[in-house]
Structure formats: C-alpha cells, structure tokens
Design a protein around this ligand. Structure first.
Ligand code: GUN
Length: 293
C-alpha cells in the first residue's frame, strides 16, 4: 500500500510546537513573536497565501502584521517599508511575498531584509549558511524545510545511499532543497528545463521532488517503483464544472497514476503546502528566541 503523506497532520504538529514555544517566550517575560508580511499588488493566489500566513501567525499567538501595498508601489517605497520593519523592535520576521509586480526588482528588496529577520531564508547570508552546512545559526527557506520534514517521516534523518532528484532550480526551492538533501547524505541531482532526459533521471531517484510549476508533468513512467515522491507544485487549473471562474489545484505530479508506483507520495493540496506555512511560523519563533537572547 502506498503511503499518502499527510502534510496537514505534520504541519499541525509543527504549529502546536510553535504555539507552545511562543507561549513559553511570553512566560519568560518577553513579548510575543512578531511577523510582518508584505504583499504588493492584487494577485489573487498571492493574496490567498498571504491571508493564510497571517491567520496562522495569529493562531500561533504571534503579533501578526500585514502590509498591503498598491500595484503601482515604487521600489523606493517598498525598500523604505522593509527598512522600517528592520528597525522595528517588535518585529522578528519579515516576509515579502513573491512574485512582485513586474516593475519591481525583488532582489534588492530581499537582500535589504536583515538576515536575522529573513524568515523566508532568501537572504544571501542565510542561503550561504545553508550551502556551507551551517544548519544552526541561519534560517532555512520554508518550503524546502517543510518538504524535508516529510522526507524524514519516510526515510529518517540519514539518507545515505539514496538517490534524490530535485526537478527545479529556483533560489526559493530547488537549490535549498538540494542542499538539505545533500546535508542528509543523499546523492543529489538537480534537474531542470535544460536537462536532457528528465524521465530517465527521475527513474533513478529513490526520492523524487518536483517543483517546476507544470501541472501533472511527472507521469507514472517517471517514477522508480517504491520511490518517495514529493510534489511541490501548486497549479490552478480551470474547473468550469465547479461553476463560473472556479479552479482546482493540482501538483506537478500526475497523482492518480503515480501513486500505485510510488511507496510514498505527497498530495496536492494537503502535502507540502501546509508545511510551508508551518515552517514560516517555526522560523519566526526561532528568530524571536534568538532576538530575545
Ligand atoms: N511565493 C510563493 N512561495 C513563496 C514563499 O515561500 N515566500 C515568498 N516570500 N513568496 C512566495
């Protein structure tokens, strides 16, 4: 029987631990963890994610602040907001939701966040710590950190001898995911749009992680029998049968056909998605403890 990995349950236990840690911080005489989430523009998917992050932060007992800026926000104004959040003693974590509108350059914005408040783990200092194996003093990007917890549920901490393929090479996910798998002793390949034969690479993988943003791209004949498949894609597909303007979410993996081949597979929704938000809460409480000393 294939294990369908329950990301909601895993996320719930992370959130429970985070809430308890946040409460303890207050009993130690410190203020609650503070998380600022910044969103620019009107992208409905981004608003849905940010709303979920803000709600979860409140549920964890955090001081949760959302800054919603108009679509035509100037680069300097966004940078000024980040600077003020950097200087705000009540704020432990800053997240600027990506992608930003096209006229804005995300890189200087992200790099202007204080590394110790960079709960997204995207600052070069945090990316560099991860790349050099410092797992203790930086902050790790939330989606790969969450995906890694799901991998560990199946395989334990040590991935020695296992082949892992990460499809996708973004700074937000593919690169940090590869680093985490490598740090756990997996033999890691990173595949991407310029790779010659992704299906052949995938068939070698004991752990197959898909993060490409292409609906149901990974087919059953890509999956090594008995593999663990982690689906990081969240794709909105029109679903007129559900009514005008309705959509449904599918991953990068054709779930129904891959499930019987895999030994374990994460669904969409209900797999990696809930873990991303849970790990954002975990990073925020970690940042708050470090600031509290
Ligand atoms: N957009 C999609 N996922 C993420 C994320 O994890 N962090 C940020 N900042 N933006 C995103």
């Amino acid at each position: 029987m294939t294990t369908v990995i329950d990301g909601k349950a895993a996320a719930a236990s992370v959130v429970e631990a985070v809430s308890a840690a946040a409460e303890k911080l207050e009993t130690l005489g410190h203020r609650r963890p503070g998380l600022a989430v910044v969103i620019v523009g009107n992208d409905p998917a981004s608003h849905a994610y940010v709303g979920a992050k803000s709600r979860m932060a409140k549920q964890c007992g955090f001081n949760s602040i959302q800054h919603t800026l108009p679509e035509d926000t100037a680069q300097d104004d966004l940078m000024a907001l980040v600077a003020s959040l950097n200087a705000d003693p009540e704020i432990d974590g800053i997240l600027v939701q990506l992608p930003l509108p096209k006229h804005l350059d995300s890189d200087p914005v992200i790099q202007s966040i204080l590394p110790e408040k960079d709960v997204d783990g995207l600052h070069v200092v945090n990316a560099g710590k991860l790349a050099t194996g410092d797992m203790d003093t930086g902050l790790v990007s939330c989606t790969p950190a969450g995906a890694m917890i799901l991998v560990r549920q199946i395989h334990g901490k040590d991935l020695s001898g296992l082949n892992a393929l990460v499809i996708g090479r973004s700074n937000l996910f593919g690169k940090p995911m590869a680093q985490l798998l490598l740090a756990a002793n997996a033999t890691v390949t990173v595949g991407h749009s310029r790779s010659r034969d992704l299906p052949a690479l995938a068939r070698q993988a004991d752990i197959l992680v898909a993060a490409v943003g292409r609906p149901e791209m990974v087919k059953a004949d890509w999956v090594k029998p008995g593999a663990t498949v982690i689906d990081v894609g969240i794709n909105r597909i029109d679903a007129p049968e559900r009514g005008e303007g309705k959509f449904r979410l599918v991953g990068d993996v054709a779930f129904a056909e891959c499930k019987p081949v895999a030994a374990a597979i994460s669904p969409v929704p209900g797999g990696v998605g809930p873990m991303t938000i849970a790990m954002l809460m975990a990073n925020t409480v970690i940042a708050a403890y470090r600031r509290a000393g």
